[in-house]
Design a protein around this ligand. Structure first.
Ligand SMILES: NC(=O)c1ccc[n+]([C@@H]2O[C@H](COP(=O)([O-])OP(=O)(O)OC[C@H]3O[C@@H](n4cnc5c(N)ncnc54)[C@H](OP(=O)(O)O)[C@@H]3O)[C@@H](O)[C@H]2O)c1
Length: 281
């Protein structure tokens, strides 16, 4: 094994341990979320960005299992093997190409889905960016612009493009997956600052949109998924040399969906965590 392989194996092992530890305490909460949603039995159409891996994949899978019409989008549908595996057993899930930074792809999907109501428009796609390029003294502004393009402009473009589909639906929800890292009140330092400020900006964007769209009966939600064991979190922890208890993508997805189910106009525009707590901005 090379040094790097050894380091990665150690990191993977520690991640698995902290996930297992977190899982014990959170399993009951996740199961109770399953029951609540199952009782409500509400279905509809959901469009999810970045649904080929991580939290987005789990959210797409759970909605498909619950009988929703799932429009699962991915930058590279041809390589979305996990999504294809879900689709093999769930014909209510379709896979569409969507890079949220590509205007032509957004326009093509809008065209294809014209007249199709979308109950939940779920802006999940995001990038962390290389953490080492977000350190003072080593700022890389190409990375800065790329992060803002995907994490802030992306959800705004998607919301604007599919607004007619959302307005035509029963549930009328636009959801953005944010992060506790976007809270200025609780921020403790400047690591991954570009990513953090992209989530603060996303919060402001969606909070403003929530106020603007309220009169049209559209609910705009901001939901943080918790600290979750995904590729994104692995990169953040590896670069920080840190370990924290993590949720599995399944646990997080169940709680995020539960929060989406619960959202009404009274909750619109608030900065909510997966477990129902409200964040300070
Ligand atoms: N994991 C956590 O602990 C955590 C904590 C707080 C918030 N979040 C948020 O939760 C959401 C999901 O994160 P995750 O942890 O599941 O991340 P992930 O595993 O890195 O997955 C990110 C997804 O976004 C997609 N994506 C990236 N750029 C895109 C673009 N330009 N257009 C469309 N899709 C794009 C990726 O597609 P490709 O496979 O093609 O790259 C992938 O499907 C993000 O909004 C993230 O900020 C995560």
């Amino acid at each position: 094994m090379t040094d790097n392989q050894t380091k990665k194996a150690a990191t993977d092992f520690t991640r698995r341990r902290v996930v297992a530890a977190a899982a014990g305490g959170l399993a009951t909460q996740a199961l109770s979320s399953t029951r609540v949603s199952a009782q409500e039995g509400q279905t509809g159409t959901v469009l999810i960005t970045g649904s080929n891996r991580g939290i987005g994949l789990r959210i797409a899978t759970i909605y498909a299992e619950r009988g929703w019409n799932v429009i699962a989008t991915a930058r590279k549908p041809e390589a979305a093997n996990d999504l294809k595996a879900v689709q093999a057993n769930h014909h209510n899930l379709s896979i569409e190409r969507l890079d949220v930074t590509e205007d032509e792809q957004i326009a093509a999907l809008v065209d294809k889905l014209k007249g199709q109501p979308i109950d939940v428009l779920l802006n999940n796609a995001a990038i962390l960016g290389e953490p080492n390029q977000q350190n003072f003294g080593n700022y890389n502004f190409e990375t800065f612009h790329k992060i803002l393009d995907v994490n802030v402009a992306g959800p705004l473009k998607v919301a604007q493009a599919f607004i007619d589909n959302v307005e035509q639906s029963e549930q009328k929800k636009i959801v953005a997956i944010t992060s506790g890292q976007g809270s200025i009140t609780t921020s403790r330092g400047s690591s991954i600052v570009f990513y953090n400020l992209s989530k603060s900006a996303l919060n402001m964007a969606m909070h403003s949109l929530a106020m603007d769209l309220r009169q049209r009966g559209i609910i705009v939600a901001l939901i943080s998924p918790g600290a979750v064991d995904t590729d994104m979190m692995a990169l953040a922890l590896e670069r920080a040399g840190a370990n924290i208890p993590l949720l599995t993508p399944e646990q997080s997805a169940l709680m995020v969906i539960d929060m989406i189910d619960k959202h009404d106009l009274n909750m619109a525009g608030k900065f909510m965590a997966h477990d129902g707590k409200e964040y300070n901005w």
